[in-house]
Design a protein around this ligand. Structure first.
Ligand SMILES: [Mn+2]
Length: 278
């Protein structure tokens, strides 16, 4: 594909969160990439399909408004794309955090809701069964679209992976460090239960499917057990979260992630940046 063009798509219902997180990302702030913000959409799937249609880039990055991409993140993405394309030129999806086929979580992302860096380090691209929705990278020519039958804002990261797998296309977790300034959430809305049932029906042949949040099975009992556990552990979960929404750059600094630009001594990185400037 040569050097792919890249665009960003974000669904946002809160200009302040958008301004204080995603828009502070150097790659976005610089204006060197198209950013399509879809505001107040009824569902993630509708927002993202709208964004997909409004952009033309080879590669589209769908991401949350409460995500901060440190300096050099875009160069790192180009490197990850090249790594995946080297073994799977028809790849469909990359994610910053996903659940591998063995149910282990991969992807170094810092989340303020849990106050730690979640995910194992993928040394090579790791095939996944689901993605966290915080950031999903799609190769346009894979021909995927988000399923608008999925109401609300849940499990679209799992559905899109299932779609790729059903078409025999690769979906991988790769190392793309970032800050998710998501804060603590007490409960999930009613769309969550509907999404669980919708996914269990739609992907019956693939069950069980482990998402970053829950294991999808054919039994609604698993959903109720999970909800009960969430309620039991609510105090612990609240205590774990970082105290308040802060400048994501403070968190990036704490993680040592203020500058992700590939080192100049790295020959592969030099080739990538040569291509970018030519
Ligand atoms: Mn978020």
């Amino acid at each position: 594909m040569g050097t792919p063009s890249i665009a960003f798509v974000c669904a946002s219902n809160n200009p302040q969160i958008l301004r204080e997180n995603l828009l502070r990302s150097p790659a976005i702030e610089s204006g060197q990439y198209p950013l399509e913000v879809v505001e107040n959409a009824p569902s993630a799937a509708q927002a993202y399909n709208t964004g997909l249609d409004r952009t033309e880039a080879d590669v589209v990055v769908f991401l949350h408004h409460d995500v901060y991409l440190p300096l050099g993140w875009d160069a790192l993405l180009r490197e990850r794309i090249a790594q995946v394309a080297a073994t799977d030129p028809d790849w469909a999806l990359l994610g910053a955090f996903g659940v591998a086929m063995d149910t282990r979580n991969y992807g170094p992302v810092w989340s303020s809701s849990i106050n730690f860096i979640a995910g194992l380090m993928p040394m090579d691209p790791v095939p996944v069964q689901s993605f966290d929705e915080l950031l999903i990278v799609m190769r346009r020519d894979a021909g995927l679209r988000f399923d608008e039958g999925l109401a609300g804002w849940h499990m679209y990261g799992t559905d899109i992976v299932c779609q790729a797998r059903a078409k025999g296309l690769g979906a991988y977790s790769v190392a793309l460090p970032l800050i998710h300034n998501d804060g603590y959430k007490e409960t999930l809305d009613s769309h969550f239960e509907a999404a669980f049932r919708y996914m269990a029906r739609k992907w019956r042949a693939m069950l069980p499917i482990k998402t970053p949040v829950i294991k999808i099975t054919a039994s609604a009992r698993d959903l109720y057990k999970w909800r009960w556990r969430m309620w039991l552990w609510r105090k612990e979960r609240r205590a774990l979260a970082a105290p308040d929404a802060r400048d994501p750059r403070d968190y990036a600094r704490a993680c040592g992630w203020m500058d992700l630009r590939p080192s100049l001594s790295d020959h592969a990185a030099e080739r990538v940046s040569d291509k970018n400037t030519s």
